[in-house]
Write a protein that binds this ligand. Structure first.
Ligand code: HEC
Length: 119
């Protein structure tokens, strides 16, 4: 009787754990899709107009390919600051100041940064 009880508790705990895993995986998948939408869509980041990005089609080459950014920037905050307003880093840049000009919100830039950091 006691053993049965313990077994069912164990089963329940495993189910909850599994559900949590599936849930967080789904969340990660969604974040990935959202980030890609922001990067690729013409009325949002439209980063593809100037940058080659993995999985992106018809990319421009005004800027460098966006990859290995974790080696080019010291921290994610620095990358975020760059996307917020690239002209702070290079006054003559052709890249629009996405945050400063309110093209993207802070939350949207954070999503993009988390995604780009892994490419
Ligand atoms: C109009 C063209 C243009 C668009 C659109 C653009 N960029 Fe850029 N980007 C550039 C250029 C040019 C550079 C090269 C550095 C410079 O000029 O400051 C650059 C550099 C970068 C860098 C530094 C890369 C490195 O290897 O040093 C990052 C990161 C970046 N852009 C992210 C983005 C993101 C994210 C978007 C979309 C939200 C975007 N860019 C949209 C033109 C653009």
């Amino acid at each position: 009787m006691f053993l049965q009880y313990r077994l069912s508790v164990l089963l329940l705990v495993s189910c909850i754990f599994l559900a949590a895993c599936i849930g967080s995986k789904k969340l990660l998948e969604r974040e990935k899709t959202d980030s890609k939408t922001l990067l690729f869509s013409r009325n949002k980041g439209n980063c593809l107009a100037c940058h080659v990005i993995e999985d992106g089609e018809l990319a421009g080459n005004i800027g460098p390919e966006l990859k290995n950014l974790s080696q080019k920037f010291d921290t994610k905050t620095q990358l975020r600051d760059f996307i917020w307003n690239a002209s702070v880093f290079n006054p003559k840049t052709a890249m629009p100041p996405f945050g400063k000009n309110k093209i993207l919100t802070m939350e949207e830039i954070d999503l993009i940064v988390n995604y780009l950091w892994k490419l």
